[in-house]
Design a protein around this ligand. Structure first.
Ligand code: ADP
Ligand code: MG
Length: 260
């Protein structure tokens, strides 16, 4: 079976810095893949390239075997790729439901003009967006919290709300940038179940995460970056044994090798 996403020899420079350097990787459908590496390795930049925020200076990206290199973010979302960001990006003064509906609107066919005029098609689309938003909230276990203001949610709930917003666009590939960052143990366990639930729904997940026990317990496949280069790729067990990976983490941050 061909991979869902394929990156071939992708490179990007920021001034004199090569943040991503000839990286190739494949993301298999219906798997949970992790992208790990020390701070500054280029992980978020790869998400920014896949989602069209940055166009790479070299290389190619294929989604379902079609080239998407250099396409605009809304085109990428329209193809079925959604993401969350490393830092929380919620509208604190809007309700939980309103925050999620923003995700659904990204793919709405009536568009901005339609939203300004009350055409029947718009009402139908509005209902559809509402249904998608409620379904997305159910996936992250926030049903019943629709009317609460986003800022009043606990930190863990806010991070899952962001995932719901990404899900509301109906993605087949979901990119999560450090979803467990700042979470306590209980919040991480809940998040792990959420991510497994998402995978069980048939959505492919690619995650960047620093918490090694989270990554190793959850992932089918792991790619490792260091200074913009891919240094290892394999099962969680394989990358943990890899001397280049251990070396990359030495003296930078602890690599928790436990997989309980
Ligand atoms: P990671 O997510 O792995 O911690 P990033 O992808 O955010 O790392 O960053 C990789 C490198 O690229 C870092 O050195 C960072 O400072 C640099 N970088 C990222 N985005 C930009 C940008 N827009 N302009 C300049 N440098 C950037
Ligand atoms: Mg990052």
């Amino acid at each position: 079976m061909s991979p869902l996403l394929e990156m071939k020899n992708v490179t990007i420079h920021f001034g004199g810095l090569t943040a991503v350097n000839g990286v190739s990787m494949t993301i298999e459908e219906r798997q949970i893949s992790a992208l790990i590496g020390p701070n500054g390795a280029g992980k978020s930049t790869i998400f920014n390239i896949i989602t069209g925020i940055y166009a790479p200076n070299g290389g190619h990206i294929y989604y379902r075997q079609e080239e998407i290199t250099g396409k605009k973010p809304h085109q990428i979302t329209g193809r079925g790729i959604a993401r969350t960001f490393q830092n929380i990006r919620l509208f604190g003064e809007l309700s939980v439901l309103e925050n999620v509906k923003i995700g659904g609107h990204c793919k709405g066919r009536a568009g901005l003009f339609g939203a300004l005029t009350r055409l029947p098609g718009v009402q139908k689309e509005e209902r559809l967006i509402m249904e998608k938003a409620r379904a997305a909230l159910a996936v992250v276990d926030l049903t019943g919290r629709e009317k609460e203001l986003a800022r009043n949610l606990s930190y863990g709930d806010q991070r899952r709300l962001e995932i719901a917003r990404a899900l509301a666009s109906g993605p087949q590939l979901l990119l999560l940038d450090e979803p467990a960052a700042g979470m306590n143990t209980l919040e991480k366990q809940t998040l792990m179940q959420t991510v497994q639930h998402i995978r069980d729904l048939g959505i492919t997940v690619m995650l960047v995460e620093h918490d090694m026990s989270f990554v190793m317990n959850l992932s089918d496949h792991v790619d490792v970056l260091d200074y913009g280069r891919k240094i290892a790729s394999g099962t969680p067990f394989e990358v943990q044994q890899n001397p280049a990976v251990i070396e990359a983490y030495l003296g930078k941050e602890p690599l928790d090798l436990e997989t309980d």
